[in-house]
Design a protein around this ligand. Structure first.
Ligand SMILES: Cc1ncc(COP(=O)(O)O)c(C=O)c1O
Length: 358
């Protein structure tokens, strides 16, 4: 007799990227954090936060944060469900809508936490492969007929965006929920947020972890019609956003100029790094996120991952079909990007070197 359900026993847990201790001397390009600091308003809010306020339970709806987020997103507050990071929103959705006869679908490769949640609920998963260009497989996802379809846009690890018209087509053809996970949208040219007005089955997920440089804070949102959010909220922890994260998140969101300036720096760094890698013969998919999906010229991603790691440069290598020969590289500061490119050498292949010498 097992102490836990069979599907829990059988599943493999989510594996987060390596997190060296704070202060470790590494160039950390492995977990898609923003390399620039959060708004100074966060530090001010932290300094001004009254510890006595922690005696009482927080507002279970994180109402003040919700109001600030509503203004930023241009929706009414009851269209927003605050969460303990977008992970928490993904969990709520899987709990509310996934079950053995209500499958969860997504295109792969993608954020593997969808797989984790689907397996916890024994709701499939149904996996549809992306092609080489990572274009959204609308036809196959619609045909899967799942109760929940997750689409990360921009997607991780590919960095590619699903155009809003394709997401609209998928929403229209789905009888279940379509969850558009916009964790990286702050770095993209396009958002699918307007779809929540057009479709009652669409949920858009947002987070403060990326654009706002607050991955450690754990604040995100589900954005959808109030009637749907009421159902999802039934599965939430009672107080899923603490008083301190709610206050700091509101402070960060009140400073759009700071976030926008950091995003502009990351986008510029993304272009530089893309060029630098392509000049060295790497294949780099056009990214709409704060990271690049890349294939080194010789496909020796695992060996490069180890070699870079030995030099204190952390990038992400995933194992599996279509993944083994690639690396996901977070865009760092200009200095970090330069360190990476320098570590990769001038990119001339050994053949070219031999030719140059002869
Ligand atoms: C596509 C995607 N969605 C959601 C998340 C989780 O973000 P959060 O920090 O808001 O839980 C990540 C984290 O890297 C991600 O890559």
């Amino acid at each position: 007799m097992s102490y836990v359900r069979h599907n829990i026993e059988r599943m493999t847990p989510y594996v987060p990227g390596a997190q060296p201790p704070p202060g470790a001397s590494v160039v950390k390009l492995n977990t898609n954090e923003n390399p620039y600091p959060p708004s100074p308003r966060v530090a001010e809010a932290l300094a001004g936060f009254e510890p006595a306020a922690l005696r009482a339970y927080p507002d279970p709806t994180a109402g003040r944060l919700r109001n600030v987020a509503a203004e930023v997103l241009g929706v009414k507050p009851d269209w927003i469900l605050p969460a303990n990071g977008s992970d928490d929103a993904i969990m709520m959705i899987a709990r509310a809508a996934g079950a053995p006869d209500r499958e969860i679908a997504y295109a792969t490769p993608t954020f593997t936490f969808y797989d984790t949640q689907a397996r916890i609920e024994a709701a499939g998963p149904v996996e549809v492969p992306y092609g080489e260009d990572y274009a959204l497989p609308v036809e196959a996802l619609a045909a899967a007929g799942a109760a929940v379809t997750f689409v990360a846009s921009p997607n991780s690890p590919s960095g590619t965006l699903a155009p809003t018209d394709q997401l609209a087509e998928l929403a229209e053809r789905s009888s279940g929920l379509l969850i558009v996970d916009e964790a990286y949208v702050d770095f993209a040219d396009e958002t699918a947020l307007p779809l929540i007005e057009r479709f009652e089955n669409v949920v858009v997920l947002r987070t403060l972890s990326k654009g706002y440089s607050l991955a450690g804070l754990r604040v995100g949102f589900a954005v959808a019609r109030p009637a749907l959010l009421e159902q999802l909220a039934k599965t939430k922890q009672i107080y899923n956003v603490g008083a301190l994260p709610a206050a700091l998140a509101a402070a960060a969101m009140s400073d759009q100029a700071w976030k926008d300036a950091n995003v502009a720096k990351v986008r510029a760094g993304r272009a530089e790094l893309t060029n630098g890698l392509r000049q060295r013969g790497w294949r780099v998919w056009d990214s709409q996120a704060n990271f690049l999906w890349t294939r080194p010229p010789e496909g020796n991603a695992a060996a490069l991952h180890e070699a870079l790691s030995a030099r204190g440069i952390l990038v992400r290598h995933f194992r599996g079909a279509g993944l083994d020969d690639k690396l996901r590289i977070t865009v760092g500061t200009d200095e970090q990007n330069a360190v990476l490119l320098a570590a990769l050498g001038d990119g001339r292949s050994k053949v070219e070197d031999r030719r140059a010498k002869s």
